[in-house]
Design a protein around this ligand. Structure first.
Ligand SMILES: [Zn+2]
Length: 392
């Protein structure tokens, strides 16, 4: 009883807000991917307000240059995993809540971590993983709050699956061309291409090293930057060392400012609280919310959900079929799939077998009405396609 009284006292001021229901927070489970500047701020806000379960995920360790913004970390924490340190600090700030921390690439976690969540928060600093989170949120039908910042600018988007635009609905306009092109692995790349791309970025490697990387499907600068741990551990020691050195040099060191992080994270946290109150506490931000700290301006870019979006569009729920000819090669089929579904890097699986580019359909054993699966870095679950065979 005394305990309960103390808990009520802790939240006294927010309990006075009209329409507030602390239980909506206490019972909630929120996953925060990325515990950098915005991740620290958002998790601190949610912890203080009493969100019952926070799940923190980050595969980085604390560095000195983080300390000007990532407010949960101190000098003594340098070298320690961010998610673990953050969990310790937050637990001290509010002992009433539970925290789960993962020192891991968010893409490697078991799906149950997300399935039990009420809201997913993306505080990530790169497009490939943000897009992956977006697709995950749509496929699991979970609200997603996505934040990003650079220098004096920051933006925020709340995605309610099937109700509002997702990150990909207007991806062609809103996702940098560079990120879109770099992901495309359909072009037949040669090790020499990687050597040249790196040279353009001011990094020299030998063709021999590039060949080694190709053996492990590391074919672009993007692959180098974002290859998952599972791929890296398969490299031999020498190649791994080269990859680590290249990564260090390629790592995007974007300008960032604590005040801007606090600003956008504060807004995002308020939206999260509203989502947890299920429309009882006012309306959610619509579209893309943009903050320009230099001009001192807020802009809301209206975004309609795109029914043809390849992630959240209506087709995703229908049974999809694709017509193929026995004489078509897998590479040709991949190109068509890429075009139809706007997926840059499709791989085709048939009976759990990844089909090689140079095989013809007739050599794969695929028949009318069989199902093939399309995997891509852009989707969480593979896309299922039923085969309609035409002769020729
Ligand atoms: Zn969409």
């Amino acid at each position: 009883m005394i305990e309960e009284g103390r808990n009520l006292e802790r939240y006294d001021r927010q309990l006075r807000i009209e329409g507030w229901n602390q239980e909506n927070l206490t019972k909630a489970r929120v996953v925060i991917a990325g515990v950098g500047a915005t991740g620290c701020e958002v998790s601190k806000n949610l912890a203080l307000m009493g969100v019952g379960k926070l799940v923190l995920v980050d595969n980085d360790v604390v560095e000195l240059s983080n300390l000007s913004r990532q407010m949960l970390f101190l000098e003594d924490d340098i070298g320690r995993p961010k998610a673990i340190v953050a969990a310790d600090r937050l637990k001290k700030m509010n002992p009433l809540i539970n925290i789960e921390a993962y020192f891991e690439d968010v893409r490697n976690l078991d799906v149950t971590v997300f399935e039990e969540a009420d809201v997913l928060i993306s505080c990530l600093d790169n497009w490939p993983v943000r897009r992956w989170m977006n697709s995950l949120a749509i496929e699991l039908n979970k609200p997603l709050v996505d934040l990003a910042m650079e220098g004096f600018y920051a933006n925020l988007q709340v995605v309610i699956p099937k109700r509002t635009a997702c990150l990909e609905c207007h991806g062609e306009d809103l996702i940098p061309q560079e990120a879109q092109l770099a992901e495309c692995t359909l072009r037949r790349r040669r090790p020499e291409d990687l050597v040249q791309d790196l040279k353009n970025a001011g990094i020299e490697i030998s063709t021999k090293v590039a060949e080694k990387l190709f053996e492990h499907d590391i074919k672009t600068i993007y692959d180098l930057k974002y290859a998952q741990e599972g791929v890296l551990i398969k490299l031999d020691k020498k190649t791994l060392k080269v990859v680590k050195e290249i990564r260090e040099r390629l790592r995007p060191k974007l300008p960032a400012l604590q005040s801007v992080a606090a600003m956008i994270s504060g807004l995002a946290s308020t939206e999260i609280v509203k989502i947890l109150h299920r429309d009882d506490l006012g309306e959610l931000v619509k579209g893309l919310f943009v903050y320009d700290g230099l001009a001192g301006q807020f802009t809301v870019v209206e975004l309609e959900r795109n029914p043809e979006c390849f992630v959240c569009g209506d087709f995703v729920e229908e049974e999809l079929t694709i017509t193929i000819k026995p004489s078509e090669s897998i590479l040709e089929l991949k190109k068509r799939v890429a075009e139809i579904f706007r997926i840059p890097d499709p791989e085709i699986l048939y009976r759990e077998w990844r089909l090689p580019d140079d095989k013809k359909i007739s050599e794969t054993g695929i028949r009318e009405n069989d199902t093939i699966y399309i995997t891509t870095s852009r989707r969480f679950m593979p896309l299922q396609l039923r085969i309609q065979m035409i002769q020729g």
